[in-house]
Design a protein around this ligand. Structure first.
Ligand SMILES: [Zn+2]
Ligand SMILES: [Zn+2]
Ligand SMILES: [Zn+2]
Ligand SMILES: [Zn+2]
Ligand SMILES: [Zn+2]
Ligand SMILES: [Zn+2]
Ligand SMILES: [Zn+2]
Length: 230
């Protein structure tokens, strides 16, 4: 048994089984091709291993579809648009599922605004990423900003006044001033009214007293006459 001189299969490390010398019933121990994790379908054999025919699930290039294909066969493409999920910019590739690298010059339209956000314009994504200051403020922007700044300035002033309670104090002061003026006016009005009345009272009182005296005298005279008649 020892020293069997019959040819062993390539790479066979198994001892001769003794039945059919030169053949081997152990499994194939040849190195599997890269990517295949399946054992060879043949027992220990001469020559190259046959290609692996096992069906496996594989992702297509765009990773969207799952394809059922023979192990190690070329990965197919699916029919999805926007194939590759993301480019460097975050947008999706606009091509159909493809095996080569995505074109990074993204054509997605991107809206840009000027610094003050008044002017809006659209540009392809690749331009937006490669060029600076595509949308700048114009004269109208600057005028509006100036106006806005003025408004904010006034607002800030009012705000500061409020913050330091100056506004409240100012209002209180104004109220006090107004109140004082009103009071002063009332006093003088009353005074003048009283003055006028005082003056007229004297002038009116004299004739009224005269009339009253005359009436009294007349009544006294009439009663006297009536008494005489009785
Ligand atoms: Zn063998
Ligand atoms: Zn042998
Ligand atoms: Zn395989
Ligand atoms: Zn094999
Ligand atoms: Zn695909
Ligand atoms: Zn993009
Ligand atoms: Zn602007």
């Amino acid at each position: 048994e020892e020293g069997c001189s019959k040819l062993r299969p390539d790479g066979c490390t198994h001892p001769c089984a003794g039945r059919e010398c030169g053949q081997c019933e152990e499994g194939c121990s040849k190195l599997r091709p890269d990517g295949c994790t399946h054992p060879c379908a043949l027992p220990c054999h001469h020559g190259n291993c046959p290609p692996c025919r096992l069906m496996v699930r594989q992702r297509c290039h765009c990773k969207i579809s799952s394809l059922y294909i023979e192990c190690l066969s070329v990965v197919g493409i699916c029919n999805w648009l926007y194939g590759y999920v993301q480019l460097g910019c975050g947008h999706r590739c606009k091509l159909l599922c493809h095996p080569d690298e995505c074109d990074q010059s993204c054509s997605q339209r991107v809206k840009l605004k000027c610094p003050c956000k008044r002017i809006k314009k659209e540009f392809p994504c690749s331009r937006v990423r490669s060029e600076m200051d595509l949308v700048v403020c114009d004269e109208t922007c600057r005028q509006l900003q100036k106006k806005h700044a003025e408004v904010t300035h006034t607002h800030t002033l009012v705000h500061i006044l409020h913050e330091h309670k100056l506004f409240a104090e100012l209002e209180a002061f104004e109220k006090r001033q107004k109140g004082r003026r009103k009071k002063n006016r009332k006093v003088t009005e009353v005074e003048t009214e009283e003055g006028v009345w005082h003056r007229y009272k004297l002038r009116l009182l004299m004739p009224i007293c005269g009339i009253l005296l005359a009436v009294a005298a007349f009544l006294m005279y009439v009663t006297d006459v009536l008494r005489v008649v009785d």
